[in-house]
Design a protein around this ligand. Sequence first.
Ligand code: HSE
Length: 433
Amino acid sequence: MTTPHVRLGVIGAGFVGRALVQMLDDDSRQVALVDGATATLELVGVAVRDLTTVREGVDSSLLTDDPLSLAARDDVDILVELAGGIEPARTWIETALRRGASVVTANKTLMADCGTELAQLAHENGADLLYEASVAGGIPIIRALRTSLAGEKINRVMGIVNGTTNFILSQMTSEGRDYADALKEAQALGYAEADPTADVEAFDAAAKVQILSSLAIGTALHGEPILREGISKVRSVDVDYARRAGYVIKLIGVVERVGEHGLSRRTHPALIPIDHPLAAVHGAMNAVFIEGDRSGPLMWLGQGAGGEPTASAVLGDVLHAARNRVNGRHDVPFTVDDRLLSVDSGDLSSVFYLSIDVRDEPGVLAQVAGVFGRHNVSIQSMEQSGFGQEARLSFLTHVALTRDVTATLHELDLLVSVDSIGACIRVIDGGGA
Ligand code: HSE
């Protein structure tokens, strides 16, 4: 019997693409594919933007600058898409799937935007669409949710799924840097892009939250926006306050069941208790923390980006797709639960950290406290620090409705004694995030 031969085309030869090509070249990784069949993998083409750039470790005879033709080639059994973005990546992927080739992608933006439709297209054509590397790079969270946790009712997922923002917040916490300085350091080290918007304004994390939600709870992937707040407004004073109060500030992505069919998907900075496992995730590391009904708490920790960790996740998917192909099968798409309804964020409850700069005059505190009381927001603790004629008031509330806290801040903003609203950050505690 001849050994089945599975041929790969790769679009993109950046850090991840090059690491993948090198891993494919490593004989020891030409593993036996399970289930009684073995196969060899052969790389038959690598599509790049510019053919003149020298790419160490990539055989130049495999290079093409025509990704669409690579996706359409009859002899490509598995297309690996590592270019990112929505178009033209979507067209390449659809081209490959329509002719029955499987696709492995790291493209979170595309999966969040139209993953349900693409997964259906793959299924209709007897192909796989695998995207382990799209969330938290080298952490194998997608397959864990798809297989090991398939029978679990997952109540909440909280993830640190953006390494750049975790690096910036870690620098602010451990080195006492301010936001602008920590961002510059992240850019110098290659974590943050020259335009850091996708990371610091949490677009990257939001796409990952949508993907986690589809697998953990069963939401469709069709680009529905979720609550998204980035870290650019987090100040050193907030980080300092959090530390004194026993917390650390992290950008978290949350997927949470609310009641029978309600759900909340969001990404925002949060105060995490210092003894929570996510508080110990430092630097550019990623982590995903899951609260299952029967499994209890679970956590994965690892590299969320970088050539080799991400390529490792991609290669795992390639081998899975190759095994499926050799055995004449493919994975079915994830199940969508049509009964799920997103809860209005105003209806969510949380403890909040609020910081307000006020005039330091008699009666101001009473006035401020009155506004909290009128909106049914109960104060758990208050700290005042003075500077000249001004004072900063930092509050931790008891669990309060988000809409009540928002109304409180709007009314406070109208008071002449209030100079500015500095922070409004949710606190993770037993009562929710
Ligand atoms: N820019 C992302 C991060 C990695 O900083 O984690 C790719 O999703």
